[in-house]
Structure formats: structure tokens, C-alpha cells
Design a protein around this ligand. Structure first.
Ligand code: MN
Length: 240
């Protein structure tokens, strides 16, 4: 997607739902582009809950390692990759990922992998809550009914997609620019942002996301994850 198209999409065309940069998916609004303004670098987004808040569905040790080690390492590596490109370093990560052609070739793969790692984890952590679970709400609930024939059907298809990811990757509920929902999977840390789509809901199926509690049982980790999905946030991801 070319940058001008992305900017146009971000504004939203007639009949299209607004396509907000993923920055709006980050927990907390104090740093809308996920950057530490003093250091001019990207910063780790704070978790909006305690490490143990999602127990028993996701264990505290997994959350702590996932956020302070894995997520942090993507932030650090992204900053390192962009160190010699200060102009790019000021852009929202979502904008870089939406048009990787603008990123110099020598750091393109590093930006793709680590920038994706940053925004995907931002969205994943932000769209879970200790008060989560239950059913979709609002416009998203209506769109799920229309597209999949109901929440239970969505859950079934989504879980099958997530379980079917070979190796490390992500399963998504995402939206085309016209608001049409789809389930998709991406390898590594690729994101629907790279294809002009808006992430609504995501689950991390890298083993580091579930191995301590569920070991090889990825299907069980997906079943537990539904209990902490923040549907109010998913609705904002969809309509925002
Ligand atoms: Mn992860």
C-alpha cells in the first residue's frame, strides 16, 4: 500500500469506516504514536493491568516474560534498526508497516519483524482484560452475525485458524476498508496493516505466549484466551 493511499484510508472515504492508525489500539492514550518523546524513540507500552490479572486463563509468569522480555526486545531492536534513519524514526510504526517500500532495504526486514512485534503485542495486550470474556458488543457484534452467522461460528472458525498456524504467528479478526470482517493468519510478526486492513482482534500463537501453562496444547490456550477478550476494546478497534 502506498503511503498516500494509507493516509487517505486513515482519513476514511465515503462509505468506509475510519481506518485509524494502529496507535489508537495501544493501551493508554498519553503516547498516541507509541514513542518516548524525550528520547525520540519507540517505548514499551505499559500493560493496562497487573501480570496476574488474567489468571487463571493466562498465568502471571507468562505475562511478565511476554511483556518485559519478548515485547521489550522488539521495541529495542526496532529502535536499533532505525537509529541511523532519524526521519523514519519519528513516524508511527503502523505507518512504516503500511508502506514498507519507504523503509531502506538494509533495515526493511528488521522493521517488518520488530515493528510488527511491537504493534501486534500492543494490540494483543490491549484487547485483553480481567473483566473480559462474554460476547461481542455493538457494531462488531452485528458484523460478526452478518459475516459468520453468529459468535459461536466465529469462535469455531477463528480457533481453527489459530490452531492451524504452522510455527510462530498470529490469528486475526480484521476488517477491510469497507468494514467487511475476515479471519486471517500471519506468519512471524506480519500484520494486516501491511495489506491495508484494520486489526480488530488478535491472538498470539507463538509458543512463548502459552508454553509455560499449556505446553503443546495450543487449542487449550485459545479456549482460555476467549475468557479474557475485551469486547469493548475490540468494538473500538473496529469502529475507531
Ligand atoms: Mn508474543
Amino acid at each position: 500500500m502506498k503511503r498516500r493511499d494509507f493516509i487517505q484510508a486513515a482519513v476514511g472515504g465515503a462509505g468506509a469506516i475510519a481506518f485509524a492508525p494502529l496507535a489508537s489500539c495501544s493501551p493508554g492514550d498519553e503516547d498516541p504514536i507509541n514513542r518516548n518523546k524525550e528520547q525520540k524513540m519507540y517505548a514499551l507500552t505499559k500493560l493496562p493491568y497487573a501480570f496476574d490479572a488474567l489468571e487463571p486463563h493466562i498465568d502471571a509468569r507468562t505475562m511478565e516474560i511476554h511483556h518485559t522480555k519478548h515485547h521489550q526486545s522488539y521495541v529495542d531492536k526496532l529502535n536499533a534498526a532505525l537509529e541511523k534513519y532519524p526521519k523514519l524514526h519519528t513516524l508511527p510504526i503502523a505507518e512504516l508497516l503500511a508502506d514498507l517500500d519507504q523503509v531502506p532495504e538494509d533495515v526493511r526486514t528488521a522493521v517488518r519483524n520488530n515493528g510488527g512485534g511491537v504493534v501486534n503485542h500492543d494490540l494483543f495486550f490491549a484487547t485483553m482484560s480481567p473483566d473480559g470474556g462474554g460476547r461481542p458488543v455493538g457494531k462488531l457484534a452485528g458484523a460478526i452475525d452478518e459475516t459468520f452467522g453468529g459468535f459461536e461460528q466465529l469462535q469455531k472458525k477463528f480457533a481453527a485458524a489459530a490452531v492451524g498456524v504452522f510455527g510462530s504467528g498470529w490469528a486475526w479478526l480484521s476488517a477491510e476498508k469497507n468494514g467487511k470482517l475476515l479471519i486471517e493468519t500471519t506468519p512471524g510478526h506480519d500484520t494486516p496493516l501491511m495489506f491495508g486492513r484494520k486489526p480488530v482482534l488478535v491472538v498470539d500463537v507463538w509458543e512463548h505466549a502459552y508454553y509455560l501453562k499449556h505446553q503443546n496444547r495450543r487449542p487449550d490456550s485459545i479456549a482460555d484466551w476467549w475468557n479474557v477478550v475485551d469486547w469493548d476494546k475490540a468494538e473500538r478497534n473496529y469502529t475507531g
